[in-house]
Design a protein around this ligand. Structure first.
Ligand SMILES: Nc1ncnc2c1ncn2[C@@H]1O[C@H](COP(=O)(O)OP(=O)(O)OP(=O)(O)O)[C@@H](O)[C@H]1O
Ligand SMILES: [Mg+2]
Length: 441
């Protein structure tokens, strides 16, 4: 699949942008702080309804404004779908598919699939287990969009059950409290078992791709592997070679209920929920040692990259080919890893890259450059794009759409239904129009 058009309104440093994109490789070039990562973050948001940089949405809305909008036209096997999301300060977000409002924003999940590799990914290896759980859950949701509802139900039940454990643990326990806990145990186990089954399936499916990606990035290193770790599950579930079975969710639910009952006294004592996928871990293993704490800086980078490339290869082998988003990563890699990443990027359907300077992008990619700058706007500095012609590291290319300069005052983002025809370049590039915001229709 590929993103054919991207519309932004008041997203981070972008006041307004209408961007035409093509399949193949495009690199957003510009000096630090000009808004390059913001572009990839916006595209990633449409795919995951989350940011790879922040846990809350307030920072995504341009300072001084009330709402941000991101829209994209996504082409998948020749079929086009338009998705739009509005992020509101202090009220619920809204979304549209093909200009029709949907009841829940999560209904857009699955239309755009991305794999984003960014400097923040070092935290996948070195950070808390929460980073790896998020990695698994985002990937599971990309594979099975209806899991978003399960995750949201699970989080809600977990919050309510944890609150009850706290109060019931502190006060003299009433019979009513304990029977309410029984009900919550049932809800928790029901949602958790679906999520767990998907995570186990993911680890089983991803393991060979991860091992292969790591071996191609760091052939001199020890072999890399992954395993799911859960204190609640019997050890055989941690074996990535164990094939997933259709009866897994049912079996997992029974195991969780048993474990919750056994952990109840401890949970009441500590006032926290000790059993469930929110406590689990994705073990990253190099040779026989855990990568976390043992792997060198370079090995950690290779592992993080291998997780992303493995995810990309898995998605493309089992479904639609995702858009590959590479945020400022080539500069961080040595020659061999650059070459391994470039090899994957070279035959991906669409790759969007950010880099400070053209030299950071491997020449063989011949990526089409778009220059990102900032300029003073009515409400402070805003990002803008200038088109450039010669492909980075390669030959001059004429077949690539350049961003269209659209100067239509006052149109809301969602009104620009049809893509604008690319205008000929002046050689100095085109300024992307900056508009005043209007409401999402
Ligand atoms: N909510 C916001 N409102 C306005 N501006 C914002 C907002 N969030 C971030 N910015 C601005 O966006 C800029 C950073 O953009 P971004 O991270 O995309 O830069 P970049 O081009 O990727 O830079 P680098 O090369 O350093 O990675 C900063 O100048 C920051 O002040
Ligand atoms: Mg950046």
């Amino acid at each position: 699949m590929f993103v054919r058009a991207l519309s932004l309104r008041d997203f981070r440093s972008w006041e307004h942008a209408e961007l035409e994109l093509s399949p193949g490789r495009t690199v957003f070039l510009g000096s630090n702080g000009n808004g390059k990562t913001n572009l990839l973050e916006a595209i990633g948001y449409l795919a995951t309804l989350g940011s790879h940089r922040v846990a809350t949405e307030a920072p995504l809305i341009r300072t001084g404004t009330e709402r941000a909008r991101i829209g994209a036209t996504v082409v998948n096997l020749g079929r086009e779908l338009r998705i739009d999301v509005e992020l509101n300060q202090g009220s619920a977000n809204r979304a549209q598919i093909n200009r029709s409002p949907v009841r829940r924003t999560r209904e857009i999940l699955g239309i755009l699939q991305t794999v984003l590799f960014a400097p923040e990914d070092l935290a996948l290896v070195r950070g808390d287990p929460g980073e790896r759980r998020r990695f698994m859950d985002e990937l599971c949701t990309t594979r099975l969009p209806r899991l978003a509802a399960v995750r949201s139900d699970y989080d809600r039940v977990l919050r309510q059950r944890s609150a009850l454990l706290k109060t019931a643990g502190r006060q003299a326990r009433s019979k009513a409290d304990l029977s309410t806990l029984d009900v919550w145990d049932g809800h928790l186990a029901a949602h958790a078992s679906v999520l767990l089954a998907q995570r186990l399936r993911l680890v089983h499916d991803l393991a060979p791709y991860l091992a292969q990606s790591y071996a191609s990035i760091a052939p001199e290193s020890r072999p890399a592997s992954i395993a799911y770790r859960s204190a609640a599950l019997p050890p055989e579930f941690s074996d990535p070679a164990r094939p997933p079975r259709p009866e897994d969710p049912e079996e997992l639910e029974a195991i969780l209920l048993r474990e919750l009952a056994a952990a109840r006294p401890k949970e009441l004592e500590r006032g926290v929920c000790l059993i469930g996928p929110h406590r689990d871990e994705l073990d990253l293993i190099l040779g026989d040692s855990p990568a976390k704490g043992f792997a060198s800086h370079g090995e950690s980078w290779s592992f993080a990259l291998a997780l992303r490339l493995g995810a990309f290869e898995l998605l493309r082998a089992t479904g639609a080919e995702p858009v590959l988003l590479l945020d400022d990563v080539f500069a961080e890699l040595d020659r061999r890893r650059r070459a391994a990443l470039a090899a994957v990027a070279a035959d991906a359907e669409q790759v969007l890259i950010t880099a400070a300077v053209p030299e950071d992008v491997p020449a063989e990619l011949a990526a089409v450059p778009l220059r990102v700058e900032t300029a003073g706007g009515p409400d402070g500095r805003v990002s803008r794009i200038l088109a450039e012609h010669p492909a980075v590291g390669g030959e001059r290319r004429h077949d690539h759409a350049i961003p269209s300069a659209i100067e239509r005052e006052g149109d809301p983002v969602t009104d620009s239904t049809e893509p604008q025809a690319p205008e000929p370049s002046t050689g100095e590039g085109h300024r992307i129009a900056i508009h005043r915001p209007g409401p999402l229709q």
